[in-house]
Write a protein that binds this ligand. Structure first.
Ligand SMILES: NC(=O)c1ccc[n+]([C@@H]2O[C@H](COP(=O)([O-])OP(=O)(O)OC[C@H]3O[C@@H](n4cnc5c(N)ncnc54)[C@H](OP(=O)(O)O)[C@@H]3O)[C@@H](O)[C@H]2O)c1
Length: 282
């Protein structure tokens, strides 16, 4: 199936389907990764206040020679900063650290259901930032369907995007369906199972025989097979790498396709197993 290189967000913005993640990218390495990604055609960079590298992301974008306005920048409000006044101050710190003008997409980093009043207060700050044109779109991360409902009951704006852990071992079909029903784009974090390698020392999706066999059949890498699977399912993905050759590999996804049977074969690898934190735990 052919897949679009961009996705439309409710409200009118257009976002590249593939972007660069920068969790654990630090210092000059982060600056160079962003610069390299932009040189290789990336136009979406995903960072967060919690990653401590917004300044490096901004420096990489400015060094790229491409206008800041042509790069779609996502950053996130960390739970420590939830609350009416603290959220606004944290936003202003992110805005200053990035130094790229208007932030394209501002996300709540975790739902924090055990202190949801703070989540609601933070979302209301984000609604105001949107109304004032200080961000172009607002969304959430790690929201289960019940968290989306809790937000809808108390807030005016619905998120345009929900970024969740999603890879072949955690397919999150219920979350994808709930997002779709609300017109919310699903975006995969750890799209190539990074979390299975750096936290969860279990199996790695990139070495699973189904993925390796498909990679051999298509003459592509395991990462490219998994990333193409996300695109075939209408899911945005933000693979992280600091290595130029992998950064290039992770966006070279548009000269081959997976058949519906091949997509379904990867769907069956789901183990419902999280590598990252449970969104209900805090
Ligand atoms: N919202 C949230 O709560 C949340 C949580 C986690 C992550 N995120 C976002 O999602 C992004 C991606 O997730 P992630 O960093 O957890 O994991 P990932 O992108 O699935 O995997 C990244 C890991 O895979 C390696 N890698 C990259 N390309 C590869 C390739 N082609 N072949 C083999 N290995 C490859 C990277 O190492 P090298 O760098 O050495 O290449 C890195 O160790 C993050 O960077 C961050 O922006 C969001």
């Amino acid at each position: 199936m052919s897949v679009p290189q961009t996705l439309s967000l409710r409200g009118g913005a257009t976002m590249p389907a593939i972007g660069l993640g920068v969790y654990q990218s630090t210092g000059d390495e982060a600056v160079r990764a962003v610069e390299s990604a932009i040189a290789q055609g990336y136009r979406l960079i995903d960072t967060a206040a919690a990653y401590g590298n917004e300044a490096e992301v901004g420096a990489g974008i400015r060094a790229s020679g491409i206008a800041c306005d042509d790069i779609f920048v996502t950053t996130k409000l960390k739970p420590d900063d939830y609350g009416e006044e603290s959220a606004l101050r944290a936003f202003e710190r992110s805005e200053k650290a990035l130094g790229v003008g208007v932030i394209d997409l501002y996300l709540l980093h975790w739902p924090m259901p055990k202190r949801f009043d703070d989540t609601v207060a933070s979302w209301q700050v984000m609604e105001r930032l949107l109304a004032e044109g200080r961000v172009r779109a607002i969304g959430v991360c790690n929201f289960n369907p019940d968290h989306l409902e809790m937000l809808a009951e108390r807030c005016e704006q619905a998120p345009v995007l929900n970024q969740v852990e999603l890879h072949p071992f955690l397919v999150q079909e219920n979350v994808r369906a709930a997002n779709a029903a609300r017109g919310i784009v699903t975006q995969a974090w750890s799209p190539i199972g990074g979390v299975n390698r750096y936290w969860d020392s279990g199996e790695d999706p990139l070495t699973h025989p189904t993925i390796v066999t498909l990679a051999e059949a298509h003459g592509k890498s395991p990462a490219q097979i998994v990333l193409r699977w996300h695109l075939e399912r209408g899911v945005s993905a933000i693979p992280k790498s600091v290595r130029p050759e992998r950064i290039a590999e992770n966006i070279a996804l548009f000269d081959f396709a997976l058949s519906p049977d091949e997509v379904a074969a990867i769907d069956t690898l789901d183990q419902g197993r999280r590598g990252g934190p449970d969104p209900d735990a805090r």
